[in-house]
Design a protein around this ligand. Structure first.
Ligand SMILES: [Zn+2]
Length: 82
C-alpha cells in the first residue's frame, strides 16, 4: 500500500514538474513573432515584361500595357494543392 502511495506521489510530482516546466518554459515562438513589415516600396511591372520595373504606376515602354503592382516579398505559405 505504501508503495502505491509512493508511486502516486511520484506520478503527481512528475506531472507537476512537467506542467511547471511547460508553463515556465519560454515560448519558442518569441523569435517567430509576426512582425508586420511596413511596405517599403511598391513596384510596378509589366505582366508581359517582368524586367520592366517602375516605382510608380505607368505604362510599359515596350508594349504600352498598364503596369501592375508587384509585391516583392511573398511570405505567405502556398496553400497545398491537391
Ligand atoms: Zn510590356
Amino acid at each position: 500500500m505504501k508503495k502505491v502511495m509512493l508511486m502516486a506521489v511520484a506520478i503527481l510530482f512528475s506531472a507537476a514538474t512537467v506542467f511547471a516546466a511547460h508553463s515556465t518554459n519560454p515560448v519558442a515562438d518569441t523569435t517567430k513573432t509576426k512582425k508586420v513589415k511596413p511596405v517599403a516600396k511598391v513596384q510596378y511591372t509589366c505582366t508581359m515584361h517582368p524586367e520592366v520595373i517602375s516605382d510608380k504606376p505607368g505604362k510599359c515602354p515596350k508594349c504600352g500595357m498598364t503596369l501592375v503592382e508587384k509585391k516583392p516579398e511573398k511570405k505567405k505559405a502556398e496553400p497545398m494543392k491537391m
